[in-house]
Design a protein. Structure first.
Ligand code: CS2
Length: 483
């Protein structure tokens, strides 16, 4: 059967059960710039924008892709329309119309700056993953990072999100325009303030007053974002085509559950967030700590241990009873105590809901996708819990298992031919090549990675003992070694 390609001209041919933009797209204006239009952005923030647009035409999105033309090439012929599949028992498909354009940096730099200095632009959101922030081990801007070093020299011709935001804000200030709010939507603790410090540090290299202006005048709300978004695969493309009746080169998918919590700052109140289910609150910390430690900590645990045990997806790992049992104990007995001060937040309710979400059989979430960028994820998802458990004298046996599993995972990647998706891949693979199977020596090698294991942790005998024991047990087919 020949189907038409999704576009503004063919939209009316979509099957009736496919939800379509319920507003006049041509009447919308761009008021929102986004850096990093990957699947997560298109399944999450753009979905909220879509709902805002039903009442308020100011929130069409101009997206900026920093590294790849793939999304632009796939979506431009579709007038930037794409399908979002919500993975319930019967998937629900909706066409999202919130995206107006995808600009490429650096090729479209003038157009990017035109958007950044437009008086209409009030919001700039960012999903560039942990590594896109170019931070060093202590969470500060890494001025030796090649992109940052480049942007500090290049000024008006940046390549990193930090360089673009700094130059965009500099131009707005020069023109006497109010700054836009910068909303980080990545899984980093304290994401807004972390980005503010990075930008202020960047600006301080050239202009102290500008740096102080960033600190005092620009809003960088903290956020918590949550929705499981498996990467697009051929099966999704075929399912979306069959269900919608139109060909979409790059649909996206996510679980039905979605949450967005944003720190309630005046500069954020420009949109009616409550009407689309976004929570504005003064205290995001309680949400973002819990989410990073429960949802993301558990994900990374399943990824590294599950892969060692021959599992491919989150749902498969959850069907592996010893692994699922281990994960639940880890969450309830080791991670929950680190969230003791969560106040009204229901930690155990959140754990139960997370385990339920992970079991959703309609979501095929690859463990290999979650395993990416471990050197950036472990320090924010698991290491803070480990450090707090160590300081409080709580047991480390279970907490050590996912970390030791990550070490084994790196070594397995060396054996499989040496491909590792991680900004520290070269260092990690070299280290993995030196490992010889002796648990004590191998663990000691990994503990030299100071950006992951802060020196006090690396030298803590209780942690070293727990890691060595876990590493040894995992050597035989991913045995967990502790209850
Ligand atoms: C996952 C996250 O890929 C990963 O590392 O842990 O993308 C996770 O699915 C989301 O943060 C859920 O909100």
């Amino acid at each position: 059967m020949t189907r038409h390609r999704l576009s503004a001209a063919t939209l009316s041919e979509a099957r009736p059960q496919t939800a379509r933009p319920a507003y006049a797209r041509e009447a919308c204006r761009v008021g929102w710039v986004h850096f990093g239009p990957g699947a997560f952005h298109r399944a999450h923030q753009a979905y909220y924008a879509e709902r805002l647009l039903c009442r308020d035409p100011r929130w069409a999105i101009s997206a900026v892709s920093l590294h790849s033309a793939a999304a632009r090439d796939a979506l431009a012929p579709q007038d930037y329309l794409y399908c979002l599949a919500e993975l319930a028992e019967r998937p629900r498909i909706r066409v999202i119309g919130a995206l107006r354009e995808i600009l490429l940096a650096p090729a479209d730099r003038p157009a990017v700056f035109a958007r950044l200095v437009s008086a209409d632009t009030r919001l700039v959101t960012v999903t560039v993953t942990e590594k896109g922030y170019c931070l060093g081990g202590a969470g500060q801007l890494d001025v030796e990072h090649p992109d940052i070093a480049h942007d500090l020299r290049a000024g008006a011709a940046p390549c990193s999100v930090i360089g673009f935001l700094a130059e965009g804000l500099r131009r707005r200030r020069a023109q006497g325009l109010k700054p836009f709010a910068v909303i980080s939507c990545d899984n980093l603790p304290n994401n807004g303030p972390t980005l503010r410090s990075a930008l202020a540090a960047f600006a301080a290299h050239t202009d102290d007053r500008f740096s102080r202006w960033i600190e005092s005048e620009v809003a960088f709300p903290r956020t918590m974002v949550d929705s499981i978004t498996p990467a697009t695969d051929a099966e999704l493309i075929a399912r979306v085509a069959a269900a919608s009746g139109l060909e979409d080169a790059w649909p996206v998918q996510r679980e039905p559950f979605t949450q967005w919590v944003i720190e309630d700052l005046p500069a954020v109140r420009v949109a009616d967030w409550a009407s689309v289910g976004v929570t504005l609150t003064a205290d995001v910390a309680v949400y973002d700590r819990a989410k990073l430690r429960i949802v993301n900590g558990a994900h990374s645990t399943l990824a590294y241990i599950g892969l060692l045990r021959g599992r491919a997806t989150v749902a498969e790992a959850m069907a592996d009873a010893p692994l699922a049992g281990f994960l639940e104990r880890l969450l309830r007995e080791d991670i929950a105590p680190s969230l003791g001060g969560a106040g009204a937040f229901d930690v155990h309710g959140s754990i139960a809901a997370t385990l339920q979400r992970f079991r959703n059989p309609s979501v095929r979430h690859q463990l290999a996708q979650i395993a990416w960028d471990g050197s950036k994820k472990l320090p924010v998802r698991l290491m803070p819990t480990v450090a707090e458990a160590l300081a409080a004298g709580r047991p480390l046996e279970r907490l050590a298992v996912p970390i030791a599993a990550w070490m084994r995972f790196v070594i397995a990647r060396v054996r499989a031919g040496g491909v590792l998706n991680d900004p520290a891949a070269e260092r990690l693979l070299a280290l993995g090549r030196d490992c010889d199977g002796d648990a004590r020596r191998d663990v000691a090698r990994f503990l030299t990675l100071q950006d992951i294991f802060a020196p006090p942790l690396a030298a803590a005998p209780a942690l070293v003992r727990a890691l060595v024991a876990a590493y040894r047990a995992l050597g035989s087919g991913g045995q967990l070694g502790c209850e």
